[in-house]
Design a protein around this ligand. Structure first.
Ligand code: ADP
Ligand code: ZN
Length: 610
């Protein structure tokens, strides 16, 4: 996508040039101007003029002698010579010593040249430049000096090269709702004849990196109309009032170019609930900007052809005024891709690289559960980089699998040296997770176990991959998951009788699950189906806030502890009962450092290895 931007040089740049010109002017031209009216003569002529008594005023200096003729019409100058009687003879010729020779350039003229003219040039140029900048920014008169307060909305020139819906993989529901907009922009009469009005604003909501920006661009691309794009945070600028003026400007430009798409990314930056009394000073400014946006949206008629798309991942934080009918009254969810969607996204991005014939995108998509479109695009790129690093031009399956781990767990740490004992502990820990998972029903199969440290700080990890997407979890499945998280530490206890710090992430995850079970999913008998907490940012990790009395909170905490304890004990029991397998698998992992799920299962079920 090509982006055409007005070439803007900072104004200071032009001022510097003008300043330089003026300096040069003062240093070279002005002296030349004044000197050009002084006639330089040789010493002989000077002597002759003394003889003829034709000297008017004279000034004898160290390096030059300046004099006039008797009528004082011309100024002469000559170089001095060793001449002791000069003064005497000059005096006799009637020359005048006590008057200063007037500059041939009049003082008024000098004043004009050195002071007035530069200022005129300065101001003139400044005005010219600012006008020019405003024109370039697409504006006319009105706005503040120097083009400040002009919106930075970038105009994307649409051509057949523009992004199409076909570039956005998955997201079929979103595309369907947006297709109507494209159809309307192609054929507005069809809608106006039926008396149907297009929504003025459409809100794309979903987690980051799911292709909201891409979809908005695709709408413009499909409809072949200009695409204005600005981020909500760009409105909130350093100067108060600037945001509102930017909004005004954006809409003026958009109306000129209608039909067109205006895309406001991160609209929550300006559209936050006004009541939420933030203490920050920028609040007023944000409110002004929001009010201006609301005014503009109300201001233009339906069916003008200006369609406003906005994206946010915090829809619950938006001011209700924004989502009222007549404003952003349509909401299009753009969710994280499902298995099929992930595979499609991988394939779209894989077109940019050279992938080996046998690459299995279905498996990759399965491994990358929960990844957003942006993360998947990143994974493909990481895989290509990995291929280049190992001197290949074709990307193979292992590149892709490794790149998933890179995106999920960070790079392999090349020079982290674990002591022998540490390596042993980590082996037991990871096998503990895998074994507990495998010994329970309804656990996702183990895909890979590794004890190669990652830059993210993980010393090893066990990757479990569900066969398909899971939308519903039973109580038992969650309990098993908790048990699996505790399995790492349980293995350390069983094998070494002591525990390490290696389980901090496990503890966090297990606690989260246990708490959700009780407070959110209503899976404890005592609380039944009463919601104890509500999810806050469902698209940004889903922080929960408690909504219950302190006493209930205490009970929840107790229940969480109980739950995790029970599962921990269960995991330890499982491992104790399978101590031989634990030892065997841990030794195998210790030696190999990375083992696949198949190797793991072979040892677990058969044990014919070695
Ligand atoms: P958002 O605006 O939702 O944060 P973007 O539209 O900026 O996400 O997406 C970032 C990048 O992720 C895109 O440039 C694209 O490469 C990739 N991407 C995200 N979703 C998809 C998708 N559904 N199909 C193809 N690529 C996608
Ligand atoms: Zn662990």
């Amino acid at each position: 996508m090509k982006e055409v931007k007005a070439p803007k040089r900072p104004l200071i740049y032009y001022y510097c040039i003008v300043l330089l010109i003026i300096l040069l002017f003062n240093m070279i031209v002005t002296p030349m101007l004044s000197q050009s009216q002084v006639t330089e003569v040789d010493y002989g002529t000077f002597m002759d003029m003394i003889e003829e008594q034709d000297i008017g005023i004279v000034q004898v200096e160290d390096t030059q002698i300046i004099f006039t003729d008797k009528a004082e019409t011309t100024v002469y100058k000559t170089s001095p010579m060793e001449d002791p009687t000069l003064t005497q003879r000059l005096h006799e010729s009637g020359a005048v010593f006590d008057r200063v020779i007037e500059e041939p350039v009049s003082p008024l003229w000098t004043l004009f040249l050195t002071l007035v003219l530069p200022i005129l040039i300065f101001v003139g140029l400044g005005q010219y430049m600012s006008k020019k900048l405003m024109e370039q920014a697409g504006g006319g008169k009105g706005s503040m000096a120097f083009g400040m307060g002009k919106s930075n909305a970038k105009v994307y020139v649409q051509s057949t090269k523009g992004i199409r819906f076909s570039d956005v993989a998955g997201e079929d529901e979103a595309k369907e709702s947006l297709w109507e907009i494209v159809d309307y922009l192609h054929n507005p009469e069809k809608y106006t004849q039926a008396g149907a009005a297009m929504p003025k604003g459409i809100l794309l909501v979903g987690p980051p990196g799911t292709g909201k920006t891409m979809l908005a661009k695709a709408v413009a691309g499909e409809a072949n109309v200009p695409f204005f794009s600005i981020s909500g945070s760009e409105f909130v600028e350093m100067f108060v009032g600037m945001g509102a003026s930017k909004v005004r400007d954006l809409f003026r430009q958009a109306k000129e170019k209608a039909p067109c798409i205006v895309f406001i990314d991160e609209i929550d930056a300006i559209g936050q609930k006004r009541s939420s009394g933030s203490v920050s000073g920028g609040n007023d400014e944000r409110e002004q900007t929001l009010n201006q946006l609301l005014t503009e949206m109300d201001g233009f008629e339906e069916n003008t052809g200006v369609i406003i798309l906005a994206a946010t991942n915090r829809p619950e934080a938006l001011d209700p005024a924004l989502t009222r009918p007549g404003r952003f009254d349509r909401r299009v969810p753009v969710e994280l891709p499902d298995l099929a969607g992930r595979e499609a996204i991988l394939k779209v991005h894989a077109k940019k690289i050279k992938a080996a014939e046998d690459v299995d995108f279905h498996t990759i998509a399965r491994m990358a559960a929960g990844a957003s479109g942006a993360e998947l695009a990143n994974m493909i790129n990481e895989a290509a980089l990995r291929a280049v690093r190992s001197g290949r031009t074709v990307v193979n399956q292992s590149d892709l699998e490794e790149s998933i781990e890179v995106v999920i767990a960070g790079y392999q740490k090349k020079n982290a040296v674990l002591s022998d004992q540490e390596k042993k502990v980590v082996s037991y820990h990871e096998i503990g997770h895998a074994l507990v998972a495998a010994l329970q029903d309804h656990s996702a199969p183990v895909q890979k176990i590794t004890i190669i440290p990652r830059t993210s700080g993980a010393l090893g990890y066990t990757m479990q991959v569900d066969a398909g997407d899971k939308y519903l979890l039973t109580k038992e499945e969650i309990e098993n998951k908790i048990a699996t998280y505790t399995g790492g530490r349980a293995a350390e206890e069983v094998a070494f009788g002591q525990i390490t710090t290696g389980a901090s992430n496990d503890i966090e995850q297990a606690t989260k699950l246990a708490r959700a079970m009780i407070a959110r999913y209503g899976m404890s008998q005592d609380f039944d189906m009463v919601a104890m907490e509500t999810v806050q940012n469902q698209y940004l990790g889903g922080d929960a806030s408690l909504a219950c009395s302190p006493q209930t909170q205490k009970e929840i905490d107790q229940k969480v502890v109980e739950l995790v304890k029970t599962q921990h004990a269960k995991a330890r029991k499982l491992l104790e009962d399978n101590r031989e397998k634990l030892d065997e698998l841990a030794a195998f992992l210790y030696e190999k450092e990375t083992i696949t799920g198949e190797e793991f299962m072979r040892i677990l079920t058969g044990g014919e290895q070695k």
